[in-house]
Design a protein around this ligand. Sequence first.
Ligand code: SAM
Length: 279
Amino acid sequence: MPGTLYLVATPIGNLQDISYRAVDVLKSVSVIACEDTRHTRKLLNHLDIKTRLISYHEHNEAERAEELVGRLRQDSVAVVSDAGTPGIADPGFRLVQRAIEAKIPVVSIPGPVAFVSALVASGLPTDSIFFGGFLPSKKNDRRKTLAEIAHIPATLAFYESPRRIAAALADCLEILGDRRAVVAREITKLHEDYHRDTLSTLASEFSSATCKGEVVLLIDRIRDAGTSAEEGLLLTDRLAAIEAEGVDHKSALKRVAKEFGISKSEAYRIVQAERRGNP
Ligand code: SAM
């Protein structure tokens, strides 16, 4: 009989956030695959768990996945990441895919996810959310990504390094317009805080101060899609970006209309109005 692959969520700061079920599973499996054995050993010592650890990280993910699937044919295995839920901006996905292909049961042991914790305390709408993982670190790539997702009618959530948060906020302001946003820092830890403001205020605040710790960036959705000044500006910018790739005006208009979920004639109307300065 095959074992079970357990994806076990662990704390993102406060060790008390481990679940009873997570402890039971981590005690019962034959091995725990983790990103950094020294890091996870500290958590296990705190919980008095003696289970063997093996490393499973982005650099050995493919080969380890094969090895772990072999083991899963007889024994159960747990996967944890350094913090939060494995597979969320962390390794896990490849192994889950391989286990499913090998008809091995896959079970999630839920717990902390940084962007979900940030979202629910942010004060931004929670009905629809787009999680973009880490924003690209290079400025041009980041701006391109932002332009591509600008029109999504959902709260946007990203992971970001504290070193890049000021640059990211500046690009968000420029590409997305001055929306409401939240920088959630050090969630569940001693210095947890939430900066809830507009992108323009946050961009200026973070440009003049050093940011420390771990951060989640949340941004409000675009308002009145298809008609607002903000939307007009975005659409025109996106059109220019597509044309800059060498695409002719007509095809670029068609593409931008598709991306924004509107008709070509509506996209044309918005671009013309924007050019007249009258959205
Ligand atoms: N698997 C994790 C999860 O479920 O959220 C995410 C791992 S990802 C490698 C690490 C990033 O998550 C950090 O750079 C930060 O953006 C975010 N993060 C993790 N813990 C956090 C915390 N306590 N407060 C704020 N952000 C956090």
